[in-house]
Ligand binder design. Structure first.
Ligand code: XUL
Ligand code: CO
Length: 451
């Protein structure tokens, strides 16, 4: 990957290219664990993780929160400029950053790339112009697109929902926007298209028709899938669950809820999931639980890596920094056969006091190293076979005559009643060995090294 040169201004002077320096390095601008091309478990680390920088938090958000203005040093977001010129400069900064970091992928919403126009037609034209520029940057730097998505939550027209709006003209607007962004994602060779429904939910049940809104949401997803085939987009369509925020209640609550919705509406097999760590914790689950459930239900697509705050009940979107938690997540991904179209998007943002541009570099280098080390630990855990051997033995009786007969439908409730009476069955609990298994995991985390 090359870095910007010539007359493109440099936004991150003194940074990178960020290189692998090994675990003994104390250089904050070098990787200690992420060595992109080095092979582990049959493929280069970069291909296992497929890590992506997200455009919105890193290049669009200026550090504002609900109580205060932006704090960050981001010359490309300075107000009072021509919006298309500012968008071009923001894009140059983003690709300089991604190339210097060596991030293989990025993710965007349409509104991140291009400012909205006065009409829908102007918004489309602006997006198309910025997509053309992005294609040039992608070609020059080698950075690829993990996924694109349409912002169906910021504009006031979506206040009561997009697909689930009580107004079919809002549904039509959302559908038009998704059609355009899906085509843009296709043009950019995106590996996936994501739908996150921040406004697809309700604020109060007193004015909400749940049955209609579910049917509208299902219709919308069918239209997206149909369009994917119409334009020949080969990537995956992914839904991103989140239980609440901004809506009081969001329909795509968690993995199990969305998986049931897909089956109920004949969308299973067509749509998979993009899972986010902090969305899992908002739903009262661990991220490990959500990833394992998605793998078990066959809907694992991609991951938005971040973390919440143990004391806060909202989506703090901090950068991931726990090797242990990420190990368990990547273990499930590896056990499910690894990512296909998916990858790891850092849907994470700096703290508002991290005002310097190079704080973005520290955040991403740290997060990429955390994932890299977790991958090494997860590979070592999987290759040892220790958890799987225990899991296998724990359920082994289900492959015996009684277990198989029950599962095949060969035993009625009355049969089982008779069996327990006649044979006086008295099964005893076997140890679940949780503490022992936790020690196994810790050992692999402690010992994780490049092979
Ligand atoms: C919101 C969120 C989104 C999606 C894309 O919580 O995670 O940024 O990832 O719309
Ligand atoms: Co996300």
């Amino acid at each position: 990957m090359s870095v910007p040169e010539g007359d493109v201004p440099e936004f991150f002077p003194g940074v990178g290219p960020v290189r692998y320096a090994g675990p003994d390095s104390d250089d904050p601008l070098a990787f200690r664990w992420y060595d992109a091309d080095r092979v582990v478990a049959g493929k280069p680390m970069a291909e296992h993780l497929r890590m992506a920088v997200c455009y919105w938090h890193s290049f669009v958000w200026a550090g504002a929160d609900v109580f205060g203005a932006g704090t960050f040093d981001r010359p490309w977001t300075a107000p009072g400029r021509d919006p298309m010129e500012a968008a071009a400069q923001k894009m140059a900064a983003a690709f300089e950053f991604m190339a210097k970091l060596g991030a293989p992928y990025f993710c965007f919403h349409d509104r991140d790339l291009a400012p909205p126009g006065a009409t829908f037609a102007e918004s489309c034209a602006r997006l198309d112009a910025l997509v053309d520029q992005a294609l040039g940057h992608m070609e020059r730097t080698g950075v690829r697109l993990l996924w694109g998505t349409a912002n169906l939550f910021s504009h006031p027209r979506f206040a009561a929902g997009a697909a689930t709006s009580p107004d079919p003209e809002v549904f039509a607007h959302a559908a038009a926007q998704v059609a355009h962004v899906l085509e843009a994602t296709h043009r950019m060779g995106g590996a996936n298209y994501v739908l996150w429904g921040g406004r697809e939910g309700y604020e109060t049940l007193l004015n909400t028709d749940l049955r209609r809104e579910e049917a509208q949401l299902a219709r919308f997803l069918h239209l997206v899938v149909e369009h994917k085939y119409r334009i020949g987009f080969e990537g995956a369509i992914l839904v991103e669950p989140k239980p609440a925020e901004p809506a009081k209640h969001q329909y795509d609550h968690d993995v199990a809820t969305v998986a049931g919705f897909l089956v109920r509406h004949g969308l299973d097999g067509e749509v998979r999931l993009n899972l986010e760590a902090n969305h899992a914790t908002l739903a009262g689950h661990s991220f490990h639980h959500e990833v394992a459930t998605a793998a078990a239900l066959g809907v694992l697509g991609s991951i938005d890596a971040n973390r919440g705050d143990a004391q806060n009940g909202w989506d703090t979107d901090q950068f991931p920094n726990s090797v242990e938690e990420c190990t368990l997540v990547l273990y499930e991904v590896l056990r499910a056969g690894g990512f296909t179209t998916g990858g790891v998007n850092f849907d994470a943002r700096l703290r508002r006091q991290s005002v310097d541009r190079d704080d973005l570099v520290h955040a991403h280098v740290g997060a990429m190293d955390t994932l890299a080390r977790a991958l090494l630990a997860a590979v070592s855990l999987l290759e040892s076979g220790e958890l799987e051997a225990f899991r296998h033995d724990r359920y082994a009786a289900w492959d015996g005559p009684l277990g198989a007969a029950i599962l095949d439908g060969g035993r009625s409730l009355a049969d089982l009643h008779r069996l327990v009476l006649d044979d006086d069955l008295d099964p005893r609990p076997a140890s679940g060995r949780q503490e022992l298994l936790e020690r196994v995991v810790n050992r692999h985390v402690e010992q994780a090294r490049w092979p």
